[in-house]
Design a protein. Structure first.
Length: 322
C-alpha cells in the first residue's frame, strides 16, 4: 500500500459516512469549481471545501485535484462519483417505495424518451397499462438518447426508450422497433418537388441533423449516408429533438435525415420531399433500456413487465417501420 494512504474498513465506513457529504460531492463533481458548487448548493465556499476535506479524510483518498486552472476528479473521485450517483437514485426512490404498500397498483413511472418515438406497440402498452392500473401515474421526459441512458443508469428514470451505441454492462436492453432514415428537404429548398434526382444532385448542399449524427455515436449509419451523398461537410443546424430537426428542414435550412415512417404524413402534405438514396436506407434500432438493480415500485414493474412481454410476443417484422 502506498505511503500515507490508510486502509478503508468497510464496516466502519458504513457506520460513519454521512450521506450529506456524498450529496455535496456529487454537486462538486458536476461543477467546475468549489465556488460553482457552493452557488448550486446555496452554501458558503468554506463550508463546501470543509465538506470535501472531511470526505477525503474519512475515505483516506484524494478525490479532486485542485490547482490554479485545474479542477478534476482523481481516479478515486471518479469511482466515488459513479457509486454516489447510484446511491442518490436509490435514496430519491425511497419515498415512492414506501407508498406502495397497498393491494391497488399505485406509484409513478418516469420514462426517459428519445424525441418523437412513433411506435404503435409502445402506445398500446401505455393504453393497456392505464386501463389496468388507473391509480398509477407516469411522466415522459424527452431528451437526447445519451441523457436518457444516464437517467436510467442513475435510477432517476424507470426505463428509457432511445437509441443505443455502446452498451453499459450494468443495464439491460431489448429492441423495441426498427426504423429507416431517409434524407429530406423542405418547400423553400431548390430540390423540393424535383423528380428523378440522383445522389449527385445533393453534392454540396447544406445539411441539418441530429447531435448524435456522428461517426462515434448512435446515428453512425446516417452519418455515412450523408457522406455518400456528398453533402456539405459543415452542418448548419443541429438538435437532439426530432421536431426541431424537422423544423429546420421544412424551413429550408438544408437537407436532413428523418425516420421515413415519421416523415410520411409531411411528405403527403407537401411539407417534406424525400431525396436520394431511396433504397438500402440506414436502419436504426430503438431499444427499451432498464436498470436491473433498481428497486422498482409496483407501477414501474407492471409497466416494464407488460412492455417486455408485448415485445417478446411480437415478431420483429411487425416492429419494423419502413
Amino acid at each position: 500500500m502506498a505511503k500515507g494512504i490508510r486502509p478503508i474498513h468497510a464496516e466502519r465506513l458504513a457506520r460513519e459516512l454521512d450521506w450529506n457529504l456524498l450529496r455535496t460531492f456529487i454537486v462538486l463533481a458536476q461543477s467546475s469549481s468549489v465556488t460553482a458548487a457552493a452557488e448550486k448548493l446555496r452554501l458558503k465556499q468554506p463550508t463546501v471545501s470543509s465538506a470535501l476535506k472531511r470526505l477525503e479524510d474519512r475515505l483516506g483518498r484524494k478525490l479532486i485535484n485542485r490547482k490554479p486552472g485545474l479542477f478534476e476528479l482523481t481516479e478515486a473521485g471518479t469511482l466515488l462519483f459513479r457509486e454516489a450517483v447510484e446511491i442518490q437514485g436509490s435514496v430519491l426512490r425511497l419515498g415512492t417505495l414506501m407508498r406502495e404498500v397497498t393491494d391497488e397498483v399505485r406509484g409513478h413511472v418516469e420514462i426517459a424518451m428519445a424525441s418523437h418515438v412513433v411506435c404503435p406497440l409502445f402506445d398500446d402498452t401505455l393504453r393497456e397499462f392505464h386501463q389496468r392500473h388507473p391509480a398509477a401515474t407516469l411522466s415522459i421526459n424527452v431528451s437526447a438518447s445519451k441523457e436518457a441512458l444516464e437517467a436510467v443508469s442513475s435510477r432517476r428514470a424507470s426505463l428509457a426508450v432511445c437509441l443505443v451505441r455502446d452498451r453499459n454492462p450494468k443495464l439491460e436492453y431489448l429492441r423495441l422497433f426498427r426504423e429507416f432514415f431517409g434524407l429530406f428537404c423542405g418547400p423553400p429548398h431548390a430540390l423540393f418537388g424535383r423528380e428523378n434526382l440522383t445522389k449527385a444532385d445533393l453534392a454540396g448542399q447544406f445539411a441539418v441533423s441530429f447531435v448524435t449524427d456522428r461517426m462515434e455515436d448512435a446515428l453512425r449509419s446516417v452519418t455515412l449516408m450523408r457522406a455518400e451523398a456528398d453533402l456539405e461537410d459543415r452542418i448548419v443546424g443541429t438538435s437532439a429533438n426530432l421536431e426541431e430537426v424537422r423544423r429546420m428542414i421544412v424551413a429550408g435550412l438544408g437537407v436532413g435525415p428523418l425516420p421515413v415512417h415519421v416523415a410520411r404524413r409531411d411528405v403527403k402534405d407537401n411539407l417534406l420531399w424525400q431525396l436520394p438514396p431511396y433504397d438500402r436506407l440506414p436502419e436504426i434500432d430503438v431499444h427499451v433500456v432498464w436498470n436491473p438493480k433498481a428497486k422498482l415500485n409496483r407501477a414501474e414493474k407492471a409497466l416494464l413487465d407488460m412492455l417486455l412481454e408485448k415485445i417478446r410476443k411480437t415478431p420483429i417484422g411487425e416492429r419494423t417501420y419502413s
